[in-house]
Design a protein around this ligand. Structure first.
Ligand SMILES: C[S@@+](CC[C@H](N)C(=O)[O-])C[C@H]1O[C@@H](n2cnc3c(N)ncnc32)[C@H](O)[C@@H]1O
Length: 216
């Protein structure tokens, strides 16, 4: 369990760094496993698709994401510690030839226009004060008909957590509207509920939304 005060935990979740980074990455994997599995199921990557993930942490769920034959993966991460740990995981999983993490920011993706078939971002919206610039970037890099899956905590639920004071909590309808404005058609929604431990070690009822949208 992570023994960090609320402020430190929030800063680590925003961008894992320093001595705690690797432990934070492992904690996120435990805390977010079921939500990542749900997002991967909803995105349903097909054979030979190019996948982009924003803020993947240490890339623990990439082997599950890349089940489809010939599918490839790029993860863009703000945290250099997560990029290093993630690329080690990918190599250990035998995926280094078709998956990689790169340091970068969702606001300026180092990715060519219309080069991505499917994208996802799990538990990363809270670090974007304004969704529009990131969703516009996603619209730029996704091909027409490409999909994006966004998974994020319900705003009312997130407000009950002791470490989310500085998080940007987006209401479900605001995320849907921002997706439409950025050039997407929302085509799927799932609620994800579980009773499980969070990154602060406390067990509680968790409530998340998953949105699937298609690039118009
Ligand atoms: C709370 S963690 C979630 C990690 C993982 N997706 C999961 O579900 O366990 C948020 C991650 O997003 C990364 N991140 C935050 N803002 C980002 C940005 N603007 N661009 C790329 N990555 C970002 C952080 O470094 C961190 O690893």
């Amino acid at each position: 369990m992570l023994m960090l005060d609320a402020r430190t935990l929030a800063a680590q979740l925003r961008q894992p760094h320093g001595e705690a980074a690797l432990a934070v990455g492992e904690s996120m994997n435990r805390s977010n496993a079921a939500l990542n599995q749900a997002a991967i199921a909803l995105l349903a990557v097909a054979d030979h698709e190019q996948v982009l993930e924003i803020g993947p942490g240490n890339a623990a769920f990439v082997p599950l994401l890349l089940q489809a034959q010939g599918s490839r993966y790029l993860g863009i991460e703000l945290s250099t510690a997560m990029v290093e740990a993630g690329n080690q995981h990918l190599a250990a999983a035998g995926l280094a030839d078709r998956a990689a993490l790169r340091t970068g920011d969702a606001h300026a993706l180092p990715v060519a226009d219309a080069s991505i078939d499917a994208a996802l971002a799990v538990n990363t919206l809270y670090f974007w004060p304004d969704l529009a610039p990131v969703l516009t970037e996603l619209a730029r890099v996704l091909r027409r008909g490409g999909r994006v899956c966004l998974a994020f905590g319900d705003a009312a639920f997130m407000r009950t957590l002791p470490f989310t004071d500085d998080f940007h909590l987006h209401e479900l309808d605001a995320v849907e509207l921002a997706l439409r404005v950025a050039g997407f058609s929302v085509c799927g929604w799932r609620a994800h509920r579980e009773t499980a431990a969070g990154n602060d070690g406390q067990t509680r009822d968790k409530y998340f939304h998953l949105l699937l949208a298609q690039r118009r």
